[in-house]
Design a protein around this ligand. Sequence first.
Ligand code: SF4
Length: 79
Amino acid sequence: MATRHIHGYCGLCIARCGTVATVAGGRFTRLDPDPSHPTGQALCGKGRAAPELVYHPERRTYPHAFGTPNARITLDLCG
Ligand code: SF4
Protein backbone atom coordinates (compact mmCIF):
# COMPACT_ATOMS: atom_id res chain seq x y z
CA MET A 1 0.00 0.00 0.00
CA ALA A 2 1.66 3.21 -1.22
CA THR A 3 1.69 6.18 1.16
CA ARG A 4 2.11 9.73 -0.09
CA HIS A 5 2.63 12.97 1.84
CA ILE A 6 1.21 15.97 0.02
CA HIS A 7 2.02 19.57 1.05
CA GLY A 8 -0.80 22.08 0.87
CA TYR A 9 -2.91 24.23 3.16
CA CYS A 10 -6.10 23.83 5.13
CA GLY A 11 -9.04 25.55 3.46
CA LEU A 12 -11.46 25.35 6.36
CA CYS A 13 -10.93 28.94 7.51
CA ILE A 14 -9.14 32.12 6.51
CA ALA A 15 -5.93 31.24 8.40
CA ARG A 16 -4.95 28.75 5.66
CA CYS A 17 -2.52 26.81 7.84
CA GLY A 18 0.22 24.94 6.01
CA THR A 19 -0.43 21.21 5.98
CA VAL A 20 0.90 17.81 5.01
CA ALA A 21 -1.82 15.38 3.98
CA THR A 22 -1.16 11.66 4.28
CA VAL A 23 -2.77 9.53 1.58
CA ALA A 24 -2.41 5.78 2.18
CA GLY A 25 -3.69 3.36 -0.40
CA GLY A 26 -5.56 6.19 -2.14
CA ARG A 27 -7.34 7.23 1.04
CA PHE A 28 -6.81 10.56 2.84
CA THR A 29 -5.95 9.37 6.34
CA ARG A 30 -4.30 12.23 8.21
CA LEU A 31 -3.62 15.98 8.16
CA ASP A 32 -0.58 17.35 9.98
CA PRO A 33 0.97 20.81 10.23
CA ASP A 34 3.71 21.66 7.73
CA PRO A 35 6.56 23.17 9.78
CA SER A 36 8.15 24.56 6.61
CA HIS A 37 5.10 26.79 6.03
CA PRO A 38 4.83 30.20 7.81
CA THR A 39 1.45 29.23 9.33
CA GLY A 40 2.14 25.53 9.64
CA GLN A 41 3.34 25.24 13.22
CA ALA A 42 0.07 23.67 14.41
CA LEU A 43 -3.43 22.75 13.27
CA CYS A 44 -6.63 23.25 15.22
CA GLY A 45 -9.04 20.40 15.89
CA LYS A 46 -11.11 21.23 12.84
CA GLY A 47 -8.09 20.98 10.57
CA ARG A 48 -6.98 17.71 12.13
CA ALA A 49 -10.48 16.32 11.58
CA ALA A 50 -10.31 16.97 7.81
CA PRO A 51 -10.26 13.25 6.88
CA GLU A 52 -13.44 12.74 8.89
CA LEU A 53 -15.10 15.57 6.95
CA VAL A 54 -14.13 14.02 3.63
CA TYR A 55 -15.48 10.56 4.44
CA HIS A 56 -18.49 11.42 6.61
CA PRO A 57 -21.47 9.39 5.32
CA GLU A 58 -23.74 12.47 5.39
CA ARG A 59 -21.30 14.72 3.53
CA ARG A 60 -23.02 16.65 0.77
CA THR A 61 -21.55 15.92 -2.61
CA TYR A 62 -23.80 18.28 -4.56
CA PRO A 63 -24.76 21.99 -4.38
CA HIS A 64 -27.96 23.09 -2.67
CA ALA A 65 -29.82 26.39 -2.53
CA PHE A 66 -28.98 28.66 0.43
CA GLY A 67 -31.45 28.11 3.26
CA THR A 68 -32.84 24.94 1.71
CA PRO A 69 -30.31 22.21 2.47
CA ASN A 70 -32.36 19.46 0.89
CA ALA A 71 -33.07 21.33 -2.35
CA ARG A 72 -30.50 20.04 -4.80
CA ILE A 73 -29.55 22.50 -7.57
CA THR A 74 -27.29 22.35 -10.60
CA LEU A 75 -23.82 23.82 -10.80
CA ASP A 76 -25.15 26.32 -13.37
CA LEU A 77 -27.09 28.03 -10.58
CA CYS A 78 -24.07 28.34 -8.31
CA GLY A 79 -22.46 31.67 -7.85
S1 SF4 B 1 -6.15 24.17 10.73
FE1 SF4 B 1 -7.79 25.26 11.82
S2 SF4 B 1 -7.01 27.35 12.03
FE2 SF4 B 1 -5.79 26.37 10.43
S3 SF4 B 1 -6.83 26.89 8.48
FE3 SF4 B 1 -7.62 24.89 9.16
S4 SF4 B 1 -9.47 25.40 10.32
FE4 SF4 B 1 -8.27 27.28 10.15
